[in-house]
Design a protein around this ligand. Structure first.
Ligand code: SF4
Length: 456
């Protein structure tokens, strides 16, 4: 906890404290004042006090709050960075969408790089952000009625140790499936009149392919009733051990354009350690099985998995590239409260993690991939990021819309969060469904009513 004389800054400052392991045990205090021209921030760490001043005009309350947060976080970051003798890849930026900040600067007619530099962002990450913005050209579109549709299937073959989603092994939740699919059908039918300019559909999870073929077809059929155009259509098929030709055929039959084959690692030792219950060879078989169907394929990998060495991770990057998916997403391990692994998290050095990230960037770039979306999460190992890479012409509209929050997201299913974006007013409103399946089933009608109200 860090005490501040400005209440609304305390949570923001805590986000910076969390970036430095062990900093929550330090005796920290903060004071800020603004005289109309300059922000003065004073940080006390034990007996030592440092003061910082930043000149800036805050014409409105909103601008004042935004600048107050920025300079207070920067002051604290500088103190902690000096105390621990290290800098972080995103400096004092704690937000999960660095590109949104960059776009805001660009929309004000300013290059974003000076602000990022002031906030201590590394030159590599400044370049990465610039490439992402470049990679979104032609997709990034601010239009009031743009909309994406998300269908959530929180069912998996087993629970991965690092996973903090609400998904549960299907053996324990199969009994809910018939009612769950009925609720999805009702939700989708009710969502149809709310859909504006539909840009993409995404069936995610969970592991959608864990459903048997008839159940999967039921979901695809329900989506087909409301889809109405030839927009991008993704099924996050998931883990290779549940792939069948018939499921792929169904996807093609119902107009799916993209699937995900989520490897996470190509090391069998790691896959076993994280509870995946499939092998690297099965990932390759899933690629072989999917290839004739002509889908755009995304392959997920994670840097920093417990026990995984730099060599193993680099091997995973090389093997993913060899399979030539159109998209590769490189995540950095993120351990939230739900993850079993939190207790046994690896002591992987930050230096090694940075080498993993650097290797992925170098190799993917050399193989012709460009970064096109990026986001960060709280509790992310080494304060790094997740990056979506694409070969030219295969960037996913859904990922850009979701990460940049520039289009409505109509989300159906348990734990699905719908977002209504009011572009001209510059605000976003959300409504979420209950996280656990039985509660969702009991309240599905209320969820439908809330969504109607939000869209009204
Ligand atoms: S497959 Fe994905 S959603 Fe399912 S348990 Fe593993 S990480 Fe979580």
């Amino acid at each position: 906890m860090i005490a501040s004389n400005v209440a609304f800054l305390e949570n923001e400052l805590m986000d910076v404290v969390r970036l430095f392991e062990g900093a929550d045990a330090l005796a920290l205090a903060h004071e800020m004042k603004y005289d109309g021209e300059t922000f003065y921030n004073r940080i006390s760490l034990g007996e030592r006090t440092r003061e910082f001043s930043d000149c800036a005009a805050a014409e409105t309350e909103l601008v004042y709050k935004s600048l107050a947060k920025r300079y207070a976080k920067l002051a604290l970051y500088r103190v902690l960075s000096e105390h621990y003798g290290k800098t972080l890849p995103w400096g004092a930026l704690t937000g999960i969408r660095p590109t949104r900040l960059a776009y805001a600067e660009l929309e004000h007619g300013r290059p974003f790089e000076p602000l990022f530099r002031d906030m201590g962002v590394s030159e590599d990450n400044i370049r990465l952000t610039a490439h992402v913005i470049e990679g979104q050209k032609g997709i990034y579109e601010k239009r009031e009625d743009n909309c994406d549709l998300f269908v959530g299937l929180p069912f998996c073959p087993s629970k991965c140790t690092y996973c903090s989603f609400i998904t549960a092994p299907i053996a324990a939740t199969r009994k809910y499936l018939p009612d769950y699919l009925s609720a999805l059908e009702r939700e989708l039918a009710a969502a149809e009149p709310l859909i504006g300019n539909l840009r993409s559909v995404y069936i995610g999870g969970g592991t959608p392919f864990v459903l048997d073929e008839d159940d999967l077809e039921r979901v695809l059929r329900a989506v087909a009733r409301v889809r109405g155009n030839d927009c991008e259509y993704t099924v996050e098929a998931g883990r290779p051990d549940v792939f069948t030709e018939r499921k792929l055929e169904l996807c093609r039959q119902y107009g799916v354009t993209r699937i995900c084959i989520n490897a996470q690692s190509f090391s069998d030792r790691t896959l076993e350690a994280i509870g995946r219950r499939h092998t690297a060879a099965q990932v390759k078989e899933a690629f072989e099985m999917a290839r004739p169907f002509g889908f755009t394929v995304n392959c997920d990998l994670i840097a920093g998995l417990t026990g995984e060495s730099l060599k193993e991770f680099c091997g995973s990057i090389d093997q993913a590239i060899a399979l030539a998916p159109e998209n590769v997403t490189v995540h950095t391990l993120c351990l939230k409260k739900g993850a079993k692994l939190k207790e046994e998290v690896s002591s992987l050095g930050e230096g090694e993690l940075s080498e993993m990230i650097a290797y992925s960037r170098e190799k993917l770039t050399a193989a012709g991939y460009e970064p096109y979306y990026l986001y960060r999460q709280k509790y992310m190992a080494g304060a790094h990021e997740n990056v979506g890479w694409t070969k030219a012409g295969y960037a996913s509209v859904y990922n850009v819309d979701i990460m940049e929050e520039i289009a409505d997201n109509l989300a159906v299913g348990a734990n699905a969060v719908s977002k209504k974006v009011f572009l001209s007013a510059g605000r976003i409103e959300r409504c979420g469904s209950p996280k656990d399946i039985p509660t969702y089933l009991a309240k599905a009608e209320r969820v439908i009513a809330e969504k109607r109200e939000l869209w009204r």
